[in-house]
Design a protein around this ligand. Structure first.
Ligand SMILES: [Zn+2]
Length: 378
């Protein structure tokens, strides 16, 4: 009985996720066709009769009708069910990780129902901010998997929310601004010297764009939050464009979409440049392991051909979430590089050459290119 407030709040997070998932389904079904997402209300795509309000309830509606239209019996995609359940569980997991168990060790966060009946309001506010990012990532991943396109409305909504919220959570919030002074010691050493300078505290905005922060954007100020967010959005967009350009120069064919650049731009507005740039590489790995490998196995078992143009969005979304929650583990390992310009330039050079080389390597292995001539210099 003592744990009741915990169950009530967790249940609320789950139900909120189910409802948001229901709305994401509308986005996924309508945005690729540039239909209005507000009007008209949900209706059967086959007989166009409106869906009754109780049939539209998350999960319950789907299960009661067994995924069929009440009037004409046309089947709805099981995607409706999975997106609702998936978003609900994602919200619950985010709530437990960030608000209840305080995964990032934020001061004043964590929820002990024996001492309070509700979580601290900054924790709830941050949960809502991050749940927005999670929802848009899910929508982008699902719509990309289904239609091979990420409609710009999704990442640009994220960009606006991400930048607007960033000003309120300037690094190192929720740590006190003094936590920044603790890095670098009394002589304010460069932050690349991780052993001597000490670990850079992880805030709600994981890291500042530069360390130490410039004088005009002091630690904890809205200016630093805004700077981190804008630099993050720019870096997310640029890293995909540069990798795309290099890889495709070697590969000779299109390999990444600009929707992928928009997806990382959105994530950068929320998380800053460091986690987002790394998430591209984590995402490429995730795409190979989680999406490409099972598809290849399935194709081998069924004896069908392989779909060559696999969407990259789902892998990228997984990469963002893994890097974001893996940051407490990852941060001390990448700190010596990411705050040091020389090491950064060296690694960027190595990765750039690697991209070009792997593109060339894949081009030689790939099946003969389609007969139509490839446009050059576009
Ligand atoms: Zn119908």
């Amino acid at each position: 009985m003592d744990q009741l407030p915990l169950y009530v709040w967790s249940g609320a997070a789950l139900v909120l996720g189910l409802m948001v998932g229901s709305f994401l389904n509308v986005l996924v079904a309508r945005l690729p066709f540039e239909k209005s997402i507000i009007w008209p209300g949900s209706r059967c795509f086959s007989c166009y009769r409106p869906v009754r309000i109780f049939d539209n309830l998350p999960i319950i509606g789907y299960l009661v009708l067994r995924g069929r239209c009440r009037f004409c019996g046309a089947t709805f995609s099981s995607r409706y069910l999975w997106v609702e359940v998936g978003t609900g569980l994602a919200f619950l997991a985010l709530f437990l990780a960030e608000v209840v168990f305080n995964w990032f060790n934020f001061p004043g966060f964590g929820f002990d129902p024996l001492r309070a009946t509700m979580p601290a309001w900054p924790a709830v506010a941050l949960f809502c901010y991050h749940a927005t990012l999670l929802s848009l990532l899910i929508a982008a991943a699902v719509v990309d998997a289904e239609h091979r396109v990420i409609p710009p409305l999704i990442p640009f909504t994220g960009l606006v929310v991400g930048v607007a919220g960033a000003a309120l959570i300037g690094w190192p919030w929720p740590h006190p601004a003094g936590a920044a002074a603790a890095v670098g010691g009394p002589k304010a050493m460069p932050w690349m010297l991780v052993l001597d300078a000490g670990p850079v505290p992880i805030g709600a905005q994981p890291w500042p764009a530069v360390g130490p922060p410039p004088a005009w954007a002091a630690a904890g100020s809205w200016k630093l939050g805004l700077l981190n967010s804008l630099v993050g959005a720019l870096a997310g967009s640029l890293v995909v464009r540069v990798v795309k350009r290099l890889f495709e120069t070697g590969f000779g064919r299109e390999a990444l979409g600009l929707g992928d650049a928009d997806l990382l731009m959105m994530a950068g507005a929320f998380l800053g440049w460091q986690p987002v740039v790394l998430s591209l590489f984590v995402g490429a790995f995730a795409a190979l392991l989680v999406f490409k490998l099972p598809t290849l196995l399935l194709a081998a078992v069924r004896g069908t051909g392989v779909d060559r143009e696999l969407p990259f969005g789902p892998g990228l979304a997984v990469g963002v979430v893994v890097t974001w929650f893996g940051w407490p583990w990852l941060a001390p390992r990448v700190q010596p590089v990411l705050f040091d310009l020389q090491s950064m330039l060296l690694i960027v050079g190595v990765i750039g050459v690697g991209m070009l080389a792997s593109g060339l390597l894949l081009r030689r292995k790939a099946e003969p290119a389609p007969p139509e001539p490839q446009p050059v210099g576009k």
